[in-house]
Design a protein around this ligand. Structure first.
Ligand code: GBH
Length: 444
């Protein structure tokens, strides 16, 4: 039997654009994801977040579901275009939604864990160049300061950014996410400005709020393995690790970008002038915790002629519904590496979970045994890590609800609660029941 300590935080997570809907309610303006999802061909099935889980209008019902799980904490994000629908124009009505959410959660004994940026940049900001424009740092600061000022008394922890790699690389290099650009130079600028806005927000928070609540960042990390022992496959794995993990870990924890990647990228990046004096110092400002979203390991092989000489390799691992390797052991190896090479900060697993092809039975049950199995394997890994004093302070299951899975629309279901997107009915899946049991017993 594996045990969790009394102070271990169990939670579940969502993000604003993926669940809220109500895209023009309460003075909200469009984000880049409204624009992107309404552009034909960008999202599977032409799905948009216009209605999503209608969480904006069903907050109380969803809080009751969260409560029924017995979680200690709930992680959600704030839609920036609700708070600043225009540049410099604060919308108090937008803030009230989150104030109410945080207050109601606390009343129910659930700690609100707030992410400032989970990819829904206001469209007005993109019209001015988005994250490529260095002024984005100032726009973000105005948003962050307002959120800190209005909500800090109700919030238990803050995350500045969720997965800068996705926002920058999927958004500006691979074109798979909003705003859909395909330019590495832009992506590295975007990544830099996102990281800089993180560092400056942490500095501001510590200065003004004197560290009242813990603040940190969440990175999506994947431990990378070569498909074979060949030198070439090892090069491929190293390059992918540099592109996905080190390009973000190194500046945040070491105050520098990895030299091998600087050189590799330089064919497409005419100048690194966008990195100004003092930036890396700000980016590496000391935080209170480190957030990790973990889904899968990556297996890479050498690909002649590919952009950075890597491509994903076939693996014989069991897969989730996204086709991602189910790899709890490699999750442990990732944590060992972080402890060895990067940080002693408390680590929160701010997301972990899996999509599967769920079936809603006639009696309203969803027997998602594959998700139960995924959950148990990863919780088991967390418990083992803590037996080895790896200091994992909490675990947030992604996701509370089936929701708008970005470029995959409503096709991929990550929820522990099933959502019928025609009726907006919620059905608690077996995985949610199992999670509630683990939380109640503090063991598995
Ligand atoms: C998270 O991102 C997001 O924070 C969340 O909003 C989203 O709903 C959730 O995960 C589920 O997708 O190259 O094929 O091996 C996920 C980040 C980055 C995880 C890419 C998988 C590698 C896929 N993802 N990563 S692959």
């Amino acid at each position: 039997m594996k045990k969790f300590s009394k102070d271990f935080i169990f939670g579940t997570a969502t993000s604003s654009y993926q669940i809220e809907g109500a895209v023009s309610a309460g003075g909200r303006a469009p984000s880049i994801w409204d624009t992107f999802s309404h552009t034909p061909g960008k999202v599977l099935g032409g799905d948009t977040g216009d209605l999503a889980c209608d969480h904006y209008n069903r907050m109380e019902e969803d809080i009751q579901i969260i409560k029924s799980l017995g979680v200690d904490s709930y992680r959600f994000s704030i839609a920036w275009p609700r708070i600043f629908p225009e540049k410099g124009k604060y919308n108090a009505e937008g803030m009230e939604f989150y104030r109410k959410l945080a207050i109601r959660l606390k009343e129910e004994g659930i700690q609100p864990f707030v992410t400032l940026y989970h990819w829904d940049l206001p469209q007005w900001a993109d019209d001015l160049g988005g994250w490529i424009n260095r002024d984005s740092v100032e726009w973000f600061m105005e948003f962050a300061e307002k959120c800190f000022g209005e909500l800090d008394e109700h919030v238990s922890m803050w995350i500045t950014h969720n997965e800068p790699w996705c926002a920058a690389m999927l958004g500006y290099h691979q074109g798979e996410h909003a705003p859909g650009h395909t330019n590495l130079d832009e992506a590295l600028k975007a990544a830099h400005h996102i990281l800089l806005s993180h560092g400056k927000a942490v500095q501001h928070y510590k200065h003004v709020f004197e560290g009242k609540h813990p603040i940190g960042i969440t990175l999506n990390l994947s431990p990378v393995y070569p498909a074979s022992g060949s030198f070439h496959d090892q090069v491929a794995a190293n390059n992918f690790d540099g592109y996905l993990n080190r390009w973000f870990l190194d500046p945040v924890f070491k105050g520098q970008y990895p030299t091998d990647m600087i050189n590799m990228f330089s064919k497409q990046v005419p100048s690194y002038d966008f990195i100004k004096e003092g930036d890396l110092e700000a980016i590496s400002t000391h935080m209170d915790f480190f957030g990790i979203n973990f889904y899968n390991r990556s297996l890479m092989e050498y690909a002649e002629g590919a952009e950075f000489m890597f491509q994903g390799a076939e693996s014989d691992y069991p897969k989730s519904g996204m086709g991602w390797d189910i790899s709890p052991n490699e999750f442990k190896e990732l944590i060992y590496r972080l402890r060895k090479e990067y940080t002693e900060l408390p680590i929160y697993i701010t997301e972990n979970g899996a999509a599967f092809d769920d079936v809603l039975e006639a009696d309203g049950q969803v027997h998602d045994t594959n998700r139960v199995d995924y959950l148990e394997k990863h919780l088991n890994a967390v418990a083992e890590l803590n037996e080895e004093n790896m200091n994992i302070a909490g675990y947030y299951l992604w996701s509370l609800l089936d929701n708008f899975e970005w470029a995959f629309g409503y096709e991929k279901r990550f929820g522990i609660v099933y959502v019928d997107f025609d009726t907006q009915q919620r059905y608690v899946k077996d995985s949610a029941k199992r999670y509630a049991e683990v939380i109640k017993n503090r063991s598995l």
